[in-house]
Ligand binder design. Structure first.
Ligand SMILES: O=C(O)CCC(=O)N[C@@H](C(=O)O)c1ccccc1
Length: 368
C-alpha cells in the first residue's frame, strides 16, 4: 500500500450542553480529522487533542504543525505503508502521541478496509456489543447534577462517572448515592485536581462504594498515587499518567493503580492501546475505555477496542447524542445500555458528507 497524501481537516462541533471538568468548560469540540489516501483506498484518523493544552501538553495547532512538518513527511518517505510499522517510523519524533495516534489510525483504517477486515477483529474483540458508561460534568448545583444523572440513567447508561474538583466532590457523590441508591455503578474523575495533602478529604469518598477514583493527582506523580492508594479504600485508576505499555507496567508495579483507563489517543494509537490491555490483563488489572468526546469515527474505534476481553468495566463509550446534536457519522445510539461493535471493514463507519461539511472549518492537503 502506497501513501498518496493526507487531508488534514479541522472541525468544530457544538456540544449539546457545556461540559465542565476540573481544567475548564467546553461548549464545542474542535478537533483534527485525517483522511489518509493510498493507492488502495482511504482511511480516517481522529486526533483527540483539544484546542488548548489543558488536559495534556498536546493541542490542535501543535498537532497540525507536527503532522504537517514531521509525521506525514516521515511516513511518506518510509516506503510501503504498514500500519503496524507506523509507530516505529514516527518514534524519532518525541511525544505528540495524539497526533501520531490519528495518523496510525488512518493508515490502519485504510489497510483494514482494503483487506475487508474490521477494527474489532484486528484488535481481538470478543464481544459484539459493549456496556456503556457516561461522564457527567461539574454542575452549577446539586439539583442540576441530580437531574442530569437521572436523565442518563433513564437513557439506560450502566455506569455514572462524576467529574470532581476541590469543593465539588463528597457532597455531589453523597447526593447521587442518596437519590439513586447503592446499586448504581458510580465512579469519579478528578483530572489531577488534588494533591497527596488531600488524602483525608478523598478518604471521605470511601463510604460511597465507588468503582474507582480516576487520576486524583498530577500526571507525573505516580509515587503520590501509590502513597494515596494506601490511604484510601476507593481503588485508584490512572488516566493521564498512562502514556504507554511501559508506563502502565511501571505504575502497576509501583502500586499506583488498581485499574487503568485506556485512551488510544493518549497512548499513541490503538495498537499501543491493545498492548496496554495485554499487559494489564497479564497483571490482573481491569481496564476500561476512556473517551475524548470523539466523533463517530473515533467512537467506532473505541467501541471496537472496548470489546476486548480485559475491558471488564463500562467505558466512556457513550452514545453520540451525549455530546452532539448531529454526529458526522451515523449516530451511535444506546441499546439496552450497550453500543454495538461495528463489523464492517476498517472502522465500519464513514463520515456523512453533508454533516462533515457543516462542521468543517478548514482542510489542507499534505501530499506524500
Ligand atoms: O465521554 C467522553 O468522550 C468524555 C469522557 C471524559 O470525561 N473525558 C475527559 C477525561 O478526562 O476523561 C476529558 C474530557 C474532555 C477533554 C479531555 C478529557
Amino acid at each position: 500500500m502506497k501513501l498518496e497524501g493526507v487531508e488534514l481537516r479541522r472541525v468544530s462541533m457544538p456540544l449539546v450542553s457545556p461540559f465542565r471538568t476540573s481544567f475548564g468548560t467546553q461548549t464545542a469540540r474542535e478537533l483534527i480529522l485525517l483522511r489518509v489516501v493510498t493507492d488502495e483506498g482511504e482511511g480516517w484518523g481522529e486526533c483527540v487533542a483539544m484546542a488548548d493544552p489543558l488536559y495534556s501538553s498536546e493541542y490542535n495547532d501543535g498537532a497540525a504543525d507536527v503532522l504537517r512538518r514531521f509525521l506525514v513527511p516521515a511516513l511518506a518517505a518510509s516506503g510501503p505503508l504498514d500500519a503496524h510499522a507506523v509507530a516505529t517510523v514516527l518514534e524519532p519524533f518525541k511525544g505528540h502521541r495524539m497526533a501520531k495516534s490519528a495518523l496510525e489510525m488512518g493508515v490502519l483504517d485504510a489497510e483494514l478496509r482494503a483487506q475487508g477486515k474490521s477494527f474489532g477483529s484486528e484488535l481481538g474483540a470478543v464481544h459484539d456489543r459493549v456496556p456503556c458508561g457516561v461522564s457527567v460534568g461539574i454542575m452549577d448545583s446539586i439539583p442540576a447534577l441530580l437531574d442530569a444523572v437521572g436523565g442518563y440513567l433513564d437513557e439506560g447508561y450502566l455506569r455514572i462517572k462524576l467529574k470532581i474538583e476541590p469543593g465539588w466532590d463528597v457532597e455531589p457523590v453523597r447526593a447521587v448515592r442518596e437519590t439513586y441508591g447503592d446499586d448504581v455503578l458510580l465512579q469519579v474523575d478528578a483530572n489531577t485536581a488534588y494533591t497527596l495533602a488531600d488524602a483525608e478529604l478523598l478518604a471521605g469518598l470511601d463510604p460511597f462504594d465507588l468503582l474507582l477514583i480516576e487520576q486524583p493527582l498530577d500526571e507525573e506523580d505516580v509515587l503520590g498515587h501509590a502513597d494515596l492508594a494506601q490511604l484510601i479504600a476507593t481503588p485508584v485508576c490512572l488516566d493521564e499518567s498512562i502514556v504507554s505499555a511501559q508506563s502502565a507496567v511501571a505504575a502497576i508495579r509501583l502500586g499506583a493503580c488498581a485499574i487503568v483507563n485506556i485512551k488510544p489517543g493518549r497512548v499513541g494509537g490503538y495498537l499501543e492501546a491493545k498492548r496496554i490491555h495485554d499487559v494489564c490483563v497479564e497483571a490482573g488489572v481491569p481496564v476500561w475505555c476512556g473517551g475524548m468526546l470523539e466523533t463517530g469515527l473515533g467512537r467506532a474505534a473505541n467501541v471496537a477496542l472496548a470489546a476486548l476481553p480485559g475491558f471488564t468495566l463500562p467505558g466512556d463509550t457513550s452514545g453520540s447524542g451525549r455530546y452532539y446534536h448531529r454526529d458526522i457519522t451515523t449516530p451511535f445510539v444506546l441499546d439496552d445500555g450497550h453500543l454495538t461493535v461495528p463489523t464492517g471493514p476498517g472502522l465500519g463507519v464513514a463520515p456523512l458528507e453533508d454533516a462533515l461539511a457543516e462542521v468543517t472549518t478548514s482542510t489542507e492537503w499534505l501530499t506524500a
